[in-house]
Design a protein around this ligand. Sequence first.
Ligand code: GTP
Ligand code: MG
Length: 203
Amino acid sequence: MIIKTANFVKSSAKYEQCPEMNMPEFAFIGRSNVGKSSLINAITNHKKLAKTSGTPGKTQLINHFIINEEWYLVDLPGYGFAKISKKMRAEWKVMIDNYLYNRESLMNTFILVDSRIKPQKLDLDLITSYGEKNLPFTIVFTKTDKLKDNILAKNIAEYKRTLLEQWEELPHIIITSAIDKRGTEELLGYIEESIPIFFKDEH
Ligand code: GTP
Ligand code: MG
């Protein structure tokens, strides 16, 4: 897919404030600092479309971007950073659950996980909750430029093994880096293929 235009639309504190559901939508979710905003900038070829930061918790709202005037890309707030109160954690869950349950135009969520670390409970819990809600998702490994090929292969194999303890089949997986842009074409290709499904369903 060629990115002709990519523009910020709005930030919403709750799903009710999100834009009208008149276009197919693709969301990015994952632990704080996993690289959501960086990957969004990499796939859209816009260095500063989504704000990135070394400080976890930068993105706390539901951020909508419109791409090619045709589909929405959504940067969701990260989870799991250390200095967060129980109350904020609960608010995050309500915000995300409401968004996921009500956003009928959501075609797919890309769940980002850091390729450098072992499977984390918070990520596995999120993946489980997508399964329980029957929502389509893709697991996206990030920051793969930081690993040697053999270590990356080992980590991904371990992740797959962990998933297979719970799932009969492996979910769709994409291996990425925002630095060397690995996987970005594949990710965009997946989005491109999903767009016509939205219009076929006569939303
Ligand atoms: P929150 O908004 O806090 O939830 O974080 P985020 O998931 O949006 O992460 P962000 O894109 O801001 O990136 C966090 C840090 O990781 C930044 O310092 C990035 O430069 C770095 N980073 C992100 N993606 C990559 C990558 O593919 N490779 C490398 N080497 N660093 C990355
Ligand atoms: Mg971010």
